[in-house]
Design a protein around this ligand. Structure first.
Ligand code: ATP
Ligand code: MG
Length: 297
């Protein structure tokens, strides 16, 4: 059975804590809190599965909480292939302020993976490629992997003729784009930090020019989400924009990943970027209205 292959090399145990209001330097008590398996690739898989796709998630896992993480994925029916990294799974915390409708994210940085993890990931990735419909690589990799890993994965996916969608930033992104992935979907500020590192507030026209240049030079469709602001995307060599429907968000964590999953689901079928973007927006909107990252309903 063929599947959408989601790759994320930075797993997370995500604690979502609902608070009536959030006060610094005080005791904040919560009677509503949840624990979910997360990391960007898990959320992409979770959304794709709810849209009735077959998926397979590839990650690295290690440490005391690995069995907990795997048990949670199993209970949800999220198929996973993993390699042992010896790296303790990090926790992240979403503090949801019901008074102000804000999500505050506390992110633990990952600990390095063991030195043989990279080769193990590449071997498993290569073995999973033939049966994959499309490859979606999301998020910054954990420390301990080399700078050549992401370009290596993209190159292999392209050699196998797989539609490749990337949601990461920085040098990893720069070194991957020359390999011609179909789609890149960092958010707006990640794109700015990657391509305009010295000018943190570049003119939007410069951003659009860069998006068109990536299209002309490498055939890449760039899509930039930006929270409640307009999404910019390239279609047929032109930059277009669309405004997300306004919502009073419950939890915006994972909105970018819900967007990527919704986009992939639709674009894979129709090959129309605008249709993909509109469906991505719908999935992101639904995600924003639920407590669990990547839950559509
Ligand atoms: N506050 C909001 N109000 C309405 N829509 C939102 C809001 N935040 C996010 N969204 C929706 O989610 C989409 C993706 O959000 P965003 O640009 O914040 O992704 P992101 O920064 O990549 O997030 P992450 O990587 O944490 O999942 C937006 O294009 C929008 O449709
Ligand atoms: Mg994102």
């Amino acid at each position: 059975m063929k599947y959408f292959l989601t790759v994320c090399l930075n797993p997370v145990l995500q604690k979502t804590i609902v608070l009536p209001c959030l006060k610094e330097n005080e005791v904040n008590r919560s009677s509503e809190y949840y624990l979910d398996a997360a990391g960007k690739g898990v959320i992409v898989s979770r959304v794709l599965l709810q849209l009735k796709n077959h998926t397979l998630h590839l990650t690295q896992l290690g440490g005391r909480n690995r069995n907990l993480f795997l048990e949670m994925l199993k209970q949800e029916g999220i198929p996973v292939k993993w390699v042992n990294s010896g790296s303790e799974i990090r926790f992240c915390y979403s503090l949801l302020n019901k008074e102000k409708h804000t999500s505050t994210e506390i992110v633990e940085e990952a600990v390095p993976v063991a030195s043989d993890t990279e080769d193990k990931i590449c071997t498993v990735f290569n073995s999973l490629l033939p049966d994959s419909l499309s490859v979606i690589i999301s998020g910054t990799k954990a420390p301990g992997f080399s700078q050549s890993l992401y370009p290596r994965l993209v190159k292999k996916a392209k050699q196998e003729g797989k539609m490749t969608i990337l949601d990461y930033r920085g040098d990893d992104l720069k070194e991957s784009i020359i390999l011609g992935p179909e789609v890149i979907k960092p958010n707006y500020s990640e794109f700015v930090a990657t391509f305009f590192p010295k000018d943190r507030t570049p003119d939007e026209n410069n951003i659009k020019e860069k998006m068109i240049q990536l299209w002309k030079d490498y055939g890449i469709t760039t899509i930039l989400t930006n929270g409640h602001n307009d999404v910019l995307y390239v279609e047929d060599g032109n930059v277009k924009n669309v405004t997300p429907d306004p919502v009073i968000p419950v939890n915006t964590i994972g909105c970018g990943d819900a967007f990527t999953a919704g986009f992939t689901h639709m674009y894979f079928r129709s090959r129309y970027v605008t249709e993909g973007v509109n469906f991505g927006l719908e999935c992101a909107r639904r995600n924003a209205l639920t407590l669990k990252p990547g839950q559509l309903y």
